[in-house]
Design a protein around this ligand. Structure first.
Ligand code: PEP
Ligand code: MN
Length: 361
């Protein structure tokens, strides 16, 4: 196992969120002073945790559940910070939450997934943050709408917040899946591409909703070169008032973090770099060819549109689409492409063909 990389992403900034391999951990909710202090001290003892998290205002799906201790828990966090040296992080959903948390010098505020979906709420938070140097992490919205996530980042940037990070906590999906929130890795990867200087931290706890999947999701985020982890940890997880099935003890967290394998994200070995360049060149070339072929295919679709127009036939003929799909699936199976890929590939092609045919008809 490679030692944990502790390089700071941006050399100018000393803000903890830019530490590569950042670890935020702590209970889903602050419940009692004793629980917060006990958990914080065990987490600090691992030597692997940078920031203590705790929810004090809890958004609950159903009314009647434990909705958090509220402002009363803020002094507990200050005390935990004093005793352990850990930085602190809480979730905020309203302007009042922001003011209260800042009055108690909470180091990092995070905007929860249920808040990121609502531009009104994000704007209210942004308005009260204006003119401050507050560090803020933004969780992805519950629904897989990257524009809402980008919008939240932009609202904070517009009021002058410089230290922003992203938390990937997965997305709601209909029906049974193995996850509480499906990861849809392509969305945080796209955010990394759009905001290259913004740390992206993975939250395996809310992706998995259980304890057993945490390591594999955490490892996957490390393999994808994400910048850190936020994991729920409670000194006695089975007695937790919220999210107990996904929380782990500080000792289990310690073990999980020790079993992560950090591969080098880059190697300067000349041979490796040359091979990589060569293969990337091939990819660029193949992409260009694919695009030319697709453009030729669209021209044929356009011709079909023209003859349909002349014969007054509708654009969409579902039998034909099923036939195309069947053929492609058979071919795909022969050449090692998954059904899932073939379906989404053909769907995009089909939508574009229809758009082109519609523009004629
Ligand atoms: C949490 O972090 O405890 C939480 C409520 O998460 P999310 O906003 O991702 O649901
Ligand atoms: Mn939680």
């Amino acid at each position: 196992m490679e030692p944990k990389n502790i390089d700071v992403m941006s050399k100018e900034s000393t803000n903890i969120i830019y530490k590569k391999g950042l670890v935020i951990a702590g209970p889903c909710s602050a419940e009692t002073e004793e629980q917060v202090l006990h958990t914080a001290s065990q987490l600090a003892h691992t030597g692997k945790v940078d920031v203590l998290r705790a929810g004090i205002w809890k958004p609950r799906t159903n009314p009647g559940g434990f909705e958090g201790i509220g402002t009363k828990a803020l002094p507990w966090l200050s005390k935990a910070k004093q005793l352990t040296g850990l930085k602190t992080a809480v979730e905020v959903a309203t302007a009042k939450h922001v003011e209260d948390a800042m009055n108690f010098d909470v180091d990092i505020l995070w905007i929860g997934a249920r808040t990121t979906v609502n531009p009104f709420s994000v704007q209210q938070i942004a308005d009260v943050l204006k003119g401050t140097k507050q560090t803020v992490l933004i969780k992805n919205p519950v629904n897989p709408d990257i524009k809402l996530w980008i919008g939240a980042v932009e609202r904070l940037q517009k009021v002058g917040i410089d230290d922003i990070g992203l938390i990937h906590r997965g997305f709601t999906s209909y029906g049974n899946t193995e996850y509480r929130n499906v990861p849809m890795w392509q969305i945080p990867i796209e955010m990394k591409r759009l905001f290259p200087n913004m740390p992206v931290i993975c939250d395996p706890s809310h992706i998995c909703g259980n304890r057993t999947g945490l390591l594999s999701i955490a490892q996957k985020s490390v393999d994808l070169d994400f910048d850190g982890l936020i994991i729920e940890s409670h000194y006695d997880p089975d007695s937790a008032l919220t999210d107990k099935s996904q929380q782990i003890s500080p000792e289990q967290l310690d073990k999980l973090l020790s079993s992560l394998i950090y591969k080098k994200s880059n190697s300067n070995e000349e041979k490796f770099v040359k091979q990589l360049e060569h293969l990337r060149e091939q990819i660029n070339h193949l992409d260009e060819e694919l695009l030319s072929l697709i453009s030729i295919r669209m021209k044929v679709a356009k011709e079909i549109g023209e003859i349909k127009k002349n014969s007054k036939i509708t654009v969409l003929q579902s039998n034909r689409y099923n036939e195309i799909l069947d053929r492609a699936m058979k071919k795909g199976a022969q050449v090692g492409l998954s059904e899932e890929f073939i379906k989404s590939y053909l769907e995009s092609i089909h939508i574009e063909s229809i758009r082109i045919q519609n523009s004629i008809i």
